[in-house]
Design a protein around this ligand. Structure first.
Ligand code: PLP
Length: 403
């Protein structure tokens, strides 16, 4: 650990992150290296961003070429890549119109504005959004107001009015939250930060039909679960439900900050010049790289790998759950997987790091795995062998006694 970096950060950065003592310097494929030259197998991929792993040759080539041409032009002018990227995204998502921003939270903000605009154009002064308990949608005021977790909200109130929270997978409760003032129902098909919880088929269908019946829009936040993570371009496709608005970010820019919200024609066509905008959103560098990212997903059959390796990984985790009684549950789909423990999960992150693996802990007891979508069986085997070793040395007493 280079001490000076830590000290400089401690003095000059607002201390919003409880970082692990690790300075990462470079990456290749599923591997990253720290400043001492130690290598780690990356099962976090920058929180779902580095879907093609690190330093993918095609991403690097596109990045270098485009950086040498033009990096930024603003949205006052055209450039060659924003239109084609919008067309490519429309094709894979089944949406019609796209707006580009720079992050997930901005995609949420834009979608809320669009949902309110759609309601008001239909002559309805309705503005309420029904989101879900335990959700995570971001940190800015609109997105934070849509986030159903007290710990993120409580110091910043009052938040934006008009948000209600339904219980996940509870159709009756969802129904009771929707009123004549509801303009949108906002869901993550698989809650990510909340600890990897999949929406049931029944709940997703109910969310879509309740939204439709009440002239509200269904917004699917696919910022974490979209763009291949679950083995399809959208997690909502597994439910055979077509949302009205879809939110994307994380892997879209191949590591560069890029987000997007996409909508059906009738909704997306409502924005007129001046109603929404972004200085950086959809710039030539990020769009050129995003096009390359989508091309690689298709050319290298990455989604097929997600389905195959994800299934194998899930099986291996289930085997481990059968062996260790403190693993309460295995959850998730594709390469968005988690194990829920009956004991705190964060200590395992450090143990894994000491052994050359990067994994993530969320919600106190959950170990979340978001490897690059190009991860292979041999990497999964290596991770599971390491987990098996540390679990085998974990003292455990059944409920009622201390661990
Ligand atoms: C489902 C979901 N929505 C929104 C966000 C916010 O995205 P960002 O951190 O890019 O603002 C996240 C980030 O983790 C997320 O997982």
């Amino acid at each position: 650990m280079k001490k000076d970096v830590r000290e400089i950060e401690k003095k000059f950065l607002m201390q919003t992150y409880a970082r692990f003592p690790l300075i990462l310097e470079r990456g290749k494929g599923c591997w990253v290296w720290d400043t001492k030259g130690k290598k780690y197998l990356d099962f976090v991929s920058g929180l779902g961003v580095n879907a093609l792993g690190h330093s993918h040759p095609r991403i690097l080539k596109a990045l270098r070429e485009q950086a040498g041409k033009v990096i930024h032009v603003s949205n006052l002018y055209y450039h060659p890549y924003q239109g084609p990227l919008a067309a490519a995204l429309a094709k894979i998502t089944g949406m019609d119109r796209v707006f580009f921003c720079n992050s997930g939270t901005e995609a949420v903000e834009g979608a809320i504005k669009l949902a309110r605009l759609y309601a008001s154009r239909r002559g309805k002064k309705k503005f309420e959004v029904v989101a879900l308990k335990n959700s995570f949608h971001g940190r800015t005021f609109g997105a934070l107001s849509a986030t159903g977790q007290e710990k993120y909200r409580k110091e910043f109130e009052p938040l934006v009015p008009g948000f209600r929270f339904a219980r996940y997978n509870d159709v009756e409760h969802l129904e009771s939250c929707i009123t004549e003032n509801t303009c949108a129902v906002l869901v993550e098909p698989i809650q990510g930060e909340g600890g990897i919880f999949e929406m049931s088929q029944e709940f997703m269908e109910a969310a879509a039909s309740l939204a439709r019946r009440n002239h509200a829009v269904l917004i699917c936040d696919e910022i974490q679960c979209g763009l291949g993570r679950t083995g399809d371009y959208l997690a909502s496709k597994h439910y055979r439900v077509r949302p009205d608005i879809v939110l994307l970010a994380k892997p879209l820019g191949g590591g560069l900050p890029l987000g997007a919200f996409l909508a059906r024609e009738e909704i997306g066509a409502l924005f007129q010049p001046g109603m929404h905008g972004s200085t950086f959103g959809g710039g030539p560098l990020a769009c050129r790289v995003a096009l390359e990212f989508l091309a690689v997903l298709e050319k290298e059959k990455v989604l097929k790998n997600v389905r195959k390796t994800g299934e194998y990984f899930r099986r291996r985790l289930l085997e481990m759950a059968a062996k260790y009684p403190f693993i309460r549950e295995v959850r998730g789909r594709g390469l968005m997987l988690a194990i829920d423990l009956a004991i705190p999960s964060r200590p395992f992150v450090q143990m894994a790091m000491d052994r050359g693996f990067i994994i993530n802990s969320t919600h106190d007891t959950v170990l979340r795995f978001l490897p690059p979508l190009i991860v292979e069986k041999k990497h999964v085997d290596a991770l599971c062998k390491m987990l098996d070793e540390i679990f085998a040395n974990t003292p455990w007493e059944p409920a009622g006694k201390s661990v």
